[in-house]
Design a protein around this ligand. Structure first.
Ligand code: PMP
Length: 731
């Protein structure tokens, strides 16, 4: 496991002498200048120089030290012979052991952990540090480490995103595409590439050809050219000042790479105060001009098309949970990016909802957009009956790799509600297949929410949910009281008693218990104690019924753990995932089950009776795989911890306002509970006026923003809520 606050990037060349070291060094310089603590690792250096003391000195590390004196450096293995690592190790036969990727990867992990532990606070900024680790490969991706392994295997074990340095010379396209293939076949994410001018262009023709190369690699390889590094002769200049100027130029040219690294993990490099000030001045001026222009343009356009569009919408389109004839107001959105939603007419809103909690990486994340575009070029969708495809398989592998280990089988559904239906069917079929034919009901607690389809509705809260409306037709389920034991208060085991009693009374009828672990979402934004979940799990085991956990809202980091069940150290028999799975880009959900459940259903040739047209949609799987790649990077941990802290700071002052009965925060969820139902229409309009997007429901005004939202943006959201409550805009 790598530290949460370290972003790690592998840098590979398309060839020997592609310019990896210059790119690594210049990137490190840019990172240090942007306030990132930076470590450069050279795992294998061949052609090291023997110094006067007989010690090996890595030339690449020396160059990095010159370019980025503020960065830390570490060379792991060094050989004097300038050849492939495999041959160098053979010739210099250290302990006669061949070079192996696995121990090397472990050693690298150790170096990174120790380094990140050594200083957890930046020298120039308060709070947890943002660390960047740059690992510079040796030669190309297929450079041999041994007879069996190449550098690619080492990179694959690390699993870090890879920046490809393309030597812009004859053969560049071929080398770049082969390298991309090598990354793809190892399921390694590629951040993009840097086109490096290995020497000055000599002729007009050569210049023309070079100018074309990034485009060709981009379109054939489907990876972005993040930067072009012009040939920098000054790097070898005898005068220090000339070398400094050359490094500054190179660092500037590579700053888009740094930005891409930042967006990848959801943390952008810090700008210096001076840079920030000048950016602020420019952006304020530009913003003022833009707003004036937009307002004029807005009035004209909104008046024309906008009114017609909104009228048609109001008269003919159904919106969720509102009257078809007298619906709540809807605003026309025309764009989104990061944690912002842009409305027609130019108004921009800070988003506190992550589009019902799914856009965890923020909107239009370049990594997700690219995955979607790439998949769209080959195969958007195929039926999953009798056919399969790599996006689904790779996503399945990733999901099982990160989910609680007991889960071994994945069903891809097309929405959260359907994933719950599938989970219920699995549990019911399992009971039937085992001959326990009386187990036809599901037990749950009040205050829950599991979706809007009939089966899912049957396990939603029977009073405040939609039960009352459909009471005649929903399957009859068994309910225990809401777990009143707060997450943040000492646990009283009495909380389980009612549940235990009801389950014991119906044990032979219950196929499964379904719960949202720790956070009850749409049923009341209630956080209950992990010990309750542990208790229910034990009761399920005691009575032989399955435990279904619905992590559609809580999965992928929202509560501060990857999955909320980790708070209680409980592994379910069936797990439902959705929302953040695709980073909020496409509709996709999944139901995961243990081998025991799958085996039970399969008894006597049994099969799971479910399969919908769009199951395992290839576009949705591809974008979800990209979303999980971002999650696997681990940056979300630090972000969610930050959000928890900033939400607490921002919302706590609401606790003493009139009408507020509770303020609670967990992970990236902030809730203000009111004494009575809020006036959604009025409050929503108030929020839009304040430049924020917050959609309250029932007695709850809450925030579940994208993880990448900045502290300032959260402050804007919290201020808007405080103002709304102070001004009684909720009544
Ligand atoms: N389960 C939970 C816990 C949810 O929060 C939701 C959606 N809010 C669902 C199920 C249903 O998911 P979907 O809206 O994708 O059908």
């Amino acid at each position: 496991m790598l530290p949460d606050n370290a972003l790690c990037l592998s840098i590979a060349g398309t060839d020997t002498d592609a310019g990896k070291t210059v790119v690594t060094a210049a990137l490190a310089r840019a990172a240090v200048a942007a306030g990132l603590r930076t470590l450069i690792i050279k795992p294998i250096q061949t052609g090291s120089i023997v110094d006067a003391q007989g010690k090996l000195q890595a030339p690449d590390i020396a160059l990095c030290r010159e370019a980025a004196p503020g960065a830390d450096t570490h060379a792991l293995l060094q050989f004097a012979t300038a050849c492939s690592p495999q041959l160098a190790a053979q010739l210099e036969a250290l302990d006669e052991k061949p070079l192996r990727a696995h121990p090397l990867a472990e050693e690298i992990g150790k170096v990174v952990r120790e380094w990140a532990l050594a200083t957890t606070f930046c020298t120039n900024a308060p709070g947890p540090c943002r660390n960047l680790v740059l690992l510079e490969g040796a030669g190309g991706l297929l450079t041999p480490l041994s007879h069996r392994e190449t550098l690619g295997e080492l990179f694959a074990l690390l699993g870090w995103p890879v920046l490809l340095v393309v030597a812009n010379r004859l053969g560049a396209i071929n080398h770049a595409l082969l390298s991309l293939e090598a990354l793809r076949s190892r399921h390694l994410p590629c951040l993009g590439f840097v086109m490096n001018e290995v020497r000055e262009a000599q002729s007009e023709l050569e210049r023309t050809i070079r100018g074309e190369n990034p485009k060709a690699v981009e379109s054939l390889g489907h990876k972005p050219c993040l930067a072009k590094l012009p040939h920098v002769p000054g790097l070898n200049a005898p005068e220090f000042s000339a070398r400094e100027a050359a490094w500054n130029g190179a660092a500037r040219a590579l700053s888009p790479v740094l930005h891409a690294v930042g967006t990848w993990q959801g943390f952008a490099p810090k700008t210096t105060t001076q840079e920030k000030r000048s950016q602020e001045t420019v952006s304020k001026e530009t913003a003022a001009q833009e707003t004036a222009a937009q307002e004029t343009a807005a009035q004209e356009t909104v008046d024309q098309e906008g009114v017609a569009l909104l009228r048609f919408d109001r008269e003919h389109l159904w919106h969720p949970y509102t009257s078809p004839l007298r619906p709540l107001r809807a605003w026309e959105a025309v764009g989104s990016s990061g944690a912002r939603i842009r409305l027609k007419g130019g108004r921009e809103l800070v988003d506190g909802m992550a589009s019902w909690w799914c856009a965890i990486h923020g909107y239009n994340h370049p990594w997700l957009m690219r995955a979607l575009q790439t998949q769209a070029q080959s195969m958007p969708h195929l039926m999953f009956g009798g056919l399969t495809h790599a996006p689904a398989v790779r996503l399945g592998q990733r999901l099982l790799g990160m989910a609680p280990p007991a889960l071994k089988h994945v069903f891809f559904a097309d929405s959260g509600s359907v994933a719950v239906e599938v989970a219920l069917k699995m549990a019911l079929q399992y009971g039937q297949a085992k001959g326990e034919t009386r187990r036809t009901q599901v037990m749950t607690v009040r205050g829950g929410y599991h979706g809007d389809t009939l089966g899912a509705m049957s396990v939603c809260d029977p009073q405040d949910g939609m039960h009352a409306l459909f009471s005649g037709i929903l399957p009859k389920q068994i309910f225990a009281p809401r777990p009143e034991c707060r997450f943040d208060a000492p646990y009283n085991p009495a909380a389980e008693q009612a549940f235990a009693k009801i389950l014991a009374a119906h044990a032979d009828l219950v196929a499964a218990v379904i719960l949202e672990p720790i956070v009850q979402g749409a049923g009341g934004m209630w956080f209950y104690h992990p010990a309750f979940l542990r208790g229910v799990h034990a009761l399920c085991k005691q009575h032989g019924c399955l435990l279904i956990l619905d992590e559609i809202a809580t999965g992928f980091g929202r509560t501060g753990k990857l999955f909320a069940c980790e708070h209680a150290d409980v592994q379910p028999d069936i797990l439902c995932l959705g929302k953040g799975l695709s980073g909020g880009v496409m509709t996709l959900a999944a139901t995961l089950a243990t081998h025991e459940v799958a085996e039970g259903i399969s008894q006597g040739g049994g099969m799971l009776m479910h399969g919908s047209t769009f199951m395992a949609n290839a576009l949705a799987c591809a974008v979800s795989e990209a979303s999980l790649e971002l999650i696997s990077g681990g940056g979300w941990r630090a972000e969610v911890a930050r959000l928890e802290r900033v939400l607490r700071q921002g919302l706590s002052p609401c606790a003493c306002l009139p009408g507020v009965v509770d303020v609670r925060i967990l992970g990236a969820i902030g809730v203000v509970e009111m004494e009575s139902e809020v006036n959604v229409e009025r409050l929503q309009a108030f929020f839009v006026e304040q430049g924020v997007w917050i959609r309250p429901f029932g007695r709850l005004v809450y925030l579940m923003p994208p993880y990448i939202i900045t502290d300032d943006e959260i402050a804007t959201l919290c201020t808007a809520i405080h103002r709304a409550l102070t001004q009684e805009a909720w009544r």
